[in-house]
Design a protein around this ligand. Structure first.
Ligand code: FCB
Length: 472
């Protein structure tokens, strides 16, 4: 990677810089213009499930402040913006009747981005399943995959001429294991077998959606999926079996069907006591295996595991262990080891070396499949100072470290096409509510006023230079 006297690594010429958000986390307007509830509305309105009783009813009121937010993106100078479409806003009740007012909102977003020279990157599913589809069984139920493909096809018809990068699912790991396994995400079910059925129907839904999209979008458009692949390390060489177990559930449960056309044998064997996987029908794995143009990678921190000795209290410090039930279906003999700091506000350790290693592994395993970092960022306890500034040097440091890690992976041969900061602005951080702030733009919860943090100014300079400063 070239380095100039004034700068750190310079990124490839066509590198796509962006920021990311998701519908329920920023839009608000939950009951406006025909939108019906999703599983996250239900979850957030269930007492005790979200910190402080926060909900996404108003969120960042992005729905009503679209122009202002578009202008912020333009000022940042980013080439792309990753947003998600709220399924129940465009197809209320998860039905088949398009809601024109919902479509109009996303049209305004897409057109507003394009008018500012910013490429829209649309995620179809960032966890907000229409409640009616959950009532009918949700992701453990096969029909949800078919409905998802129909919805994808409809979105392709409406936006296919204007949106040229599509992402089917965001982090199906979370949808399946946190939604149906540990229950810390919507729909708050703790049913191990259902979680694995959800894994499968998410994989199937993805494949069917890719095909439905391709039938309606511009032939040159790129189709992708975003996975929160876990970079799993063993504490010692003797922990290889623990690493394999977690890698199977976390990563290969999705990479296998989506990119190789089959579930890994060891995953099926490891989970035999929970399910016989009979929900996988002939032809399903081939259906999930739809050619992709890009792989979206979300990265926050690595995972450290060891084999449990069966005697000492078992540690479950995996960063998502806030529920009584485990998201690690069928795993009873692996411990998650607390990693050395520093930590973010989420308690996640900061270690960018996992990102380089993960990207190089993916490059080795799937050569020829370009990648994009569709989320990376950090929550910190930011303060809006009296002088109107938000000084967030730890976020700048985090972003600098992780972009350096991306540059190293590119140097090592990984084909990484872009990077999206999570997140454009402080927003509804799921079960944590508004207390965990990931934005490079601060949002005042009372006035909704947007204030650029120092990290936003820093990111603007990085985007403009297509390069990192030499020092943090
Ligand atoms: C990811 C989610 C995103 C955000 C970040 C912090 O798992 O995709 O919506 O909550 O974590």
């Amino acid at each position: 990677m070239p380095v100039s006297a004034l700068s750190g690594p310079v990124f490839p010429g066509n590198f796509l810089w962006g920021t990311a958000t998701a519908s329920y986390q920023v839009e608000g307007a939950a009951a406006v213009d025909g939108r019906t509830p999703s599983i996250w509305d239900t979850f957030a309105h269930t007492p005790g499930l979200v910190t402080n009783g926060d909900t996404g009813d108003v969120a960042c009121d992005h729905y009503h402040r679209l122009e202002e937010d578009l202008d912020i993106l333009a000022e940042l100078g980013v080439g792309a913006y990753r947003f998600s479409i709220s399924w129940s806003r465009v197809l209320p009740g998860g039905g088949s009747q398009l809601n024109q007012r919902g479509v109009d909102f996303y049209s305004a977003l897409v057109d507003g981005l394009r008018a500012r020279g910013i490429a829209p990157v649309a995620t179809l599913y960032h966890w907000d399943l229409p409640q009616e589809l959950e009532d009918a069984g949700g992701w453990p139920h096969r029909d949800t995959a078919e409905r998802f493909a129909e919805y994808a096809g409809r979105m392709g018809e409406v936006f296919g001429d204007r949106v040229h990068t599509w992402i089917t699912l965001n982090e199906p790991w979370c949808s399946a294991y946190l939604g149906y396994g540990s229950g810390v995400h919507a729909p708050a079910r703790t049913e191990p077998a259902a979680a694995l059925a959800a894994v499968h129907h998410l994989n199937l839904g993805h494949g069917l959606a890719v095909r439905a999209l391709r039938a309606s979008i511009d032939p040159a458009a790129r189709v992708s999926v975003t996975l929160n692949l876990h970079h799993v390390r063993g504490e010692s060489p003797g922990d290889a079996e623990a690493v394999r177990r977690i890698d199977a559930l976390a990563n290969r449960a999705f990479l296998g069907p989506m990119l190789d056309g089959a579930y890994p044998r060891d995953l099926i064997d490891d989970t035999a006591a929970v399910t016989d996987w009979s929900f996988v029908r002939d032809g399903d794995e081939a259906a999930a295996h739809a050619p992709l143009d890009l792989l979206g990678v979300n990265y926050y921190n690595p995972v450290l595991v060891r084999q449990w000795d069966g005697v000492s209290p078992r540690s479950t410090a995996d960063g998502h262990a806030d529920g009584a039930a485990s998201p690690w279906i069928g795993v009873t003999d692996v411990e998650f080891v607390t990693q050395p700091g520093p930590y973010t506000q989420m308690g996640w350790n900061i270690d960018e070396t996992g990102l380089t290693e993960l990207l190089l592994r993916l490059h080795r395993d799937y050569p020829g499949l370009p990648m994009m970092i569709t989320e990376n960022g950090a929550a910190f306890d930011d303060v809006l100072d009296d002088d109107g500034r938000v000084r967030d040097p730890r976020r700048v440091d985090y972003l600098h470290r992780h972009l350096t890690a991306v540059a190293e992976a590119i140097d090592g041969g990984a084909d990484v096409r872009g990077y999206f900061v999570w997140s454009l602005m402080d927003n509804f951080e799921w079960a944590h509510g508004y207390g965990k702030t990931f934005g490079i733009v601060h949002v005042d919860r009372q006035t909704m006023r947007r204030t650029w943090k120092e990290s936003a100014h820093w990111y603007r300079r990085v985007v403009a230079a297509n390069a990192l400063p030499a020092a943090r």
